[in-house]
Design a binder for this molecule. Sequence first.
Ligand SMILES: C[S@@+](CC[C@H](N)C(=O)[O-])C[C@H]1O[C@@H](n2cnc3c(N)ncnc32)[C@H](O)[C@@H]1O
Length: 252
Amino acid sequence: MSDLKELFENGRWYHCFRHEGMTSNGTYDIEQYISHYKFENNYQGRTILDVGCSDGYFSILMKEHGAQRVCGVDSNKYDGSLAFVPSNAFKEVHEEKYRNADDIVRFGPTYKEFGLENSNKLILMAKLKGLEIDYRHGTIYDLSLYGELCNDLLEHLRDPITAIEQLYFATREKCIITVSSAMKANWLTRNKVVLTYQGHISGGSFYRLSETAAKAMCKAAGFKKAEVVDRFDMLNRVHGVKNSHFVTHAYK
Ligand SMILES: C[S@@+](CC[C@H](N)C(=O)[O-])C[C@H]1O[C@@H](n2cnc3c(N)ncnc32)[C@H](O)[C@@H]1O
């Protein structure tokens, strides 16, 4: 088996990528859920900022759909350390559970072959597909760039409001904000601004948001219009559980 095939099949991936007959062993196979995001068909000439890009599935998709400039941003160091900052109470448990160092040790030579010093799979995939995509190590709390997209990140943040304000300032026209571990709409939460804190039981996700809460936060940040365009459950292939999502489109 080639080194690359071995990396695709046995490396640690967040996203499933399909490339030259190989499929990466991702936690989420987004391809089958992509229609829920209500992306446009053509991103010709557009500039995309993919905040919390992880392995960069969405950055690559946007570039393949004609975007002129795409920049992925993530606070992950891609060095095997934890990608997110858990609550202090869960730090050790999460460091143990999500430690990723084996990937970099085992596949270090393959990453090196592609000019990488770490396991940044956005850069790897962009190289494999011959796409020009920028990457910046950074945080959503300081976005002095440009942009449009933020998927499945809000719930992992201590301060989602500051984050949405940063997205507002970084956005020219439209921002797509997807929320995972989302609160399902029921008689109690439908049309209500509900945000429950769960940092004491879940170290990685701090809040659960209702759709109305996400829309209200977008409005408060300055977006003129915010609408939830779809909702869906996505299978976590590692834990075998479904994770509820909703997709918000916010316009300046
Ligand atoms: C749940 S993943 C979502 C990945 C991708 N956007 C998607 O929807 O499939 C969240 C990502 O956000 C990153 N992240 C966590 N905190 C961040 C922060 N403060 N600023 C930027 N990225 C962050 C993590 O490293 C991780 O890659």
